[in-house]
Design a protein around this ligand. Structure first.
Ligand SMILES: [Fe+2]
Length: 409
């Protein structure tokens, strides 16, 4: 069993390691309100431990710098005011050195706390902080990808050598599930966010889900068939968005001299037709499914189908930083791409938000977003479960989001 101090140090160190090969300018980019500067992520995750672990559990703890309570509070109204999200790149001060020093002071204080007490509530909050940091590590990579993409030099972040184009994807087929009364949600053992519970029954008709994610090659057929120009496939809001943004293909695709390319954290690469299509919105996923004569799975269907599989796959631990073609016999429920479901992000029956200011973590977003499942190539393996409910707005494309088809039997 990994020692909690060791796990804390490893998770914290990884956030800093993500920035080692970046310049201070790279770390302060913010191309849209949703993509925070990496320096802000580093500071915010330290603030989270200060605010939700050290202040409640360390007697007489004094914050390192009281001004940080505003600068690095993301959205916790119960804690206080927040610096405007869309202006985070204006925070040239504190600089990277100061932010790293802040992190290290917080780290030392947390380790001191751990040396003094093993109170259960404190350890649960520490675990929440570690999963919070893992969420931000994923955002650091996806935000950076979007921010660097604005530069016509198509900057290379990772020197991972390009994988050889992967062989043809496994033939697409659909796996039958009997439906009936199924149970979803977290059962209470091990870590889970409050939005994953309580576990509860649902009655669903028989359904089928695809054996893998939709590939670039399959999505290219939709593009070349005029899928982006035919309103018959699109939700009304999706069609409006596609027209307003003049969408013609997934976020990081582009055409050069007649050939398709895709921007990755390893730079610009020729589009690999065998790997899953990534960085599509719910609207694009839904339009593709309609064009293919299928639909997206509900989150109940997804969890029912995925729960039988081990949580293994192409996670950030493999350092590929890009989806890969499904290995033969693997159904790709975990890793590679977050999978859009057509389920609105709503509370489960009997949901209760965590107590205190941390109640704002998940519950207050239950209303206008959609659920995604399974984690991506930017997620840490320790952080993902079959019950994990991620959520984004329907037009969002900068996360590593992909498509699994479903159908009625
Ligand atoms: Fe956060």
């Amino acid at each position: 069993m990994v020692d909690i101090d060791e796990q804390f140090c490893a998770v914290r160190a990884r956030s800093e390691a993500l920035c080692v090969d970046l310049s201070a300018e790279d770390c302060n980019l913010q191309a849209m309100p949703e993509t925070s500067p990496l320096k802000w992520h580093l500071a915010h995750t330290a603030w989270f431990f200060e605010t939700f672990l050290l202040q409640p559990f360390q007697v007489d703890y004094a914050p390192e710098n009281p001004a940080y309570a505003v600068l690095f509070n993301s959205y916790y109204n119960g804690i206080g005011a927040q610096y405007p999200r869309e202006q985070r790149s204006l925070l040239s001060r504190p600089g990277m050195d100061e932010v790293l020093a802040y992190r290290h002071q917080v780290d030392a204080a947390v380790l001191e706390l751990l040396a003094c007490t093993a109170e259960e509530e404190m350890l649960e909050r520490l675990e929440l902080g570690l999963h919070h940091e893992a969420q931000h590590q994923e955002l650091m990579l996806t935000d950076l990808k979007y921010n660097l993409f604005q530069n016509p030099l198509f900057p290379v972040y990772s020197a991972v050598p390009p994988a050889a184009p992967q062989g043809p994807a496994a033939a697409l087929h659909f796996i039958d599930h009997p439906g009936g009364t199924v149970e979803i949600g977290h059962a209470g053992q091990g870590f889970a966010f409050d939005n994953e519970g309580p576990r509860h029954p649902q009655i669903i008709p028989p359904f089928r889900v695809a054996n893998r994610l939709v590939t670039n090659g399959e999505f290219l057929e939709f593009v070349e068939d005029g899928g982006y120009a035919n309103p018959a496939f699109w939700l009304a809001d999706g069609w409006h968005e596609a027209q307003a943004q003049q969408l013609r293909h997934p976020l990081y695709w582009g055409r050069i001299d007649g050939a398709w390319f895709e921007y990755t954290l390893m730079g610009l690469r020729e589009l690999d037709l065998a790997v899953p299509v990534a960085h599509v919105s719910l609207y694009e996923a839904s339009a593709y499914a309609a064009w293919a004569g299928k639909r997206l799975p509900t989150e109940v269907e997804w969890e029912t189908a995925a729960a039988a599989h081990a949580v293994t796959g192409n996670f950030v631990d493999a350092e590929a930083l890009h989806p890969r073609a499904a290995p033969a016999g693997e159904e790709q429920f975990f890793g590679d791409c977050w999978e859009w479901t057509n389920s609105a992000y709503l509370p489960y029956p009997g949901f209760h938000a965590a107590a205190g200011a941390v109640s704002e973590y998940n519950g207050k977003f239950m209303g206008s977003q959609f659920v995604l499942r399974g984690g991506s190539c930017f997620s840490a393996e320790f952080h993902i479960r079959a019950t994990y409910r991620n959520f984004f707005y329907a037009p969002d494309r900068w996360q590593c989001t992909g498509i699994r088809l479903a159908d009625a039997q």
